[in-house]
Ligand binder design. Structure first.
Ligand SMILES: *Cc1c(COP(=O)(O)O)cnc(C)c1O
Length: 374
């Protein structure tokens, strides 16, 4: 097979916009025509449909995934002196939110196959100061929520799902966003459901958490100038809510496309077993493939080869949080989380997005094969 050089980005937001341009433009125009820029019916409508999508009782739109995490921690009354257990193999926002409320992130190991937080490591890290666990559904595959919920129940801890990469994923048939006490979603443009700017949401079945997050996002007020608690200006932008509502109608189809592309990578790369480790999905999980991540000891060389050939591969994430300069104050050192560190050194994200064509995927695969000379 001769494959012409082409360029395949890691994600292609333009291709997606082209496929739904009329709906998006109409949604934006309708908000502008009504000059209804802050809160209002578009936000309520999006929240209603997003809660339905997650099978949760409530969804509260906020300004970003980071805001979702911080406001949820506040709503769970977590603050100074408290410890929150999470993994170091995630985007820094997970830990920043813990720090922002004055609590201490406690980083524990991940499972070497799923890259999700290891429930045994969670149990081992619990102290009298532990108040919550934040499992991150990394790359779109849910963490082991049965075991995490059981540990939390035994120790009376809150479970806040970081579902920023996992819209619609399921664990034992249950949708993320409706398993923990609350879940935090990001609609950053490149996420599986992406806005055209920053946005996020908190889902929960707990009326008290939903009420507190809605108060906190909007300056702690029920009425215009009466503020019950000290809050934040972290509302979801109404234009973004209108765009997200339009895009939500396509999410199930887009997820199916991602799953098909992931299955095809599995197939086309199967014989490279030994050179690269393909993703492993736990039998209880249905993954939504925010990222398709392989591992190889020759990661940096393969990444260079792909990038030089026009393939937008990436690394998620090259430096684990316990080794970030920003977290030097916590006193972790290289070697503290060997599985996490090994994954960070060898992981490579291949392009995956719903609009990716078979030809593009074949080009990515051919480029990988030429690197390994097979
Ligand atoms: C994207 C992301 C966030 C932060 O979301 P923002 O909307 O960018 O603030 C948090 N956690 C994880 C795992 C993410 O991937």
């Amino acid at each position: 097979m001769s494959v012409m050089t082409q360029s395949v980005p890691l994600v292609d937001l333009t291709a997606q916009y082209e496929s739904i341009r009329l709906e998006i433009d109409a949604a934006i125009q309708s908000v502008i025509a009504r000059t209804a820029f802050i809160m209002g019916p578009d936000v309520r409508e999006f929240e209603k449909h997003f809660a339905e999508y997650c099978t949760s009782t409530y969804a509260v739109g906020v300004a970003s995934g980071t805001a979702a995490l911080e406001l949820t921690l506040r709503a769970c009354n977590i603050g100074a002196g408290d410890e929150v257990i999470t993994s170091a193999h995630t985007f820094i926002a997970t830990a920043e939110a813990i720090s922002a409320v004055g609590a201490r992130p406690v980083f524990v190991e991940i499972d070497p196959r799923t890259y999700n937080i290891d429930p045994d490591a969670v149990a081992a890290a619990i102290t009298p100061a532990t108040r919550a666990i934040i499992p991150v559904h990394i790359y779109g595959q849910p963490a082991d929520m049965d075991r995490i919920m059981a540990i939390a129940e035994r120790h009376n801890l809150a479970v806040i799902e970081d579902a920023a990469q996992a819209h619609g994923a399921t664990w034992n048939g249950k949708r993320v966003g409706a398993i923990g006490h609350a879940a935090c979603f990001s609609f950053y443009p490149g996420k599986n459901l992406g806005a055209y700017g920053d946005a996020g949401a908190v889902t929960t079945n707990d009326a008290r958490i939903a009420e507190l997050v809605s108060l906190l996002r909007n300056h702690g007020r029920h009425s215009k100038y009466l503020h019950d608690i000290k809050g934040y200006g972290e509302r979801i932008d109404t234009l973004q809510a209108a765009i997200l509502l339009a895009k939500l109608r396509h999410l199930a189809k887009w997820t199916a496309h991602r799953q098909r592309i992931a299955a095809r990578y599995d197939e086309l790369l199967a014989d490279l077993d030994g050179e690269i480790v393909l993703p492993y999905v736990h039998p209880a999980a249905e993954a939504v493939w925010h990222l398709y991540v392989v591992r190889t000891p020759r990661r940096d060389a393969l990444l260079g080869h792909l990038n030089r050939s026009g393939v937008g591969a990436g690394i998620h994430y090259p430096t684990p949080l316990h080794l970030q300069p920003a977290y030097a104050d916590l006193g972790y050192a290289l070697g503290d989380l060997p599985v996490t560190e090994a994954v960070a050194d060898t992981c490579l994200s291949l392009p995956i997005y719903p609009e990716m064509t078979d030809a593009q995927q074949e080009y990515v695969v051919a480029t990988i094969r030429s690197f390994f000379d097979v």
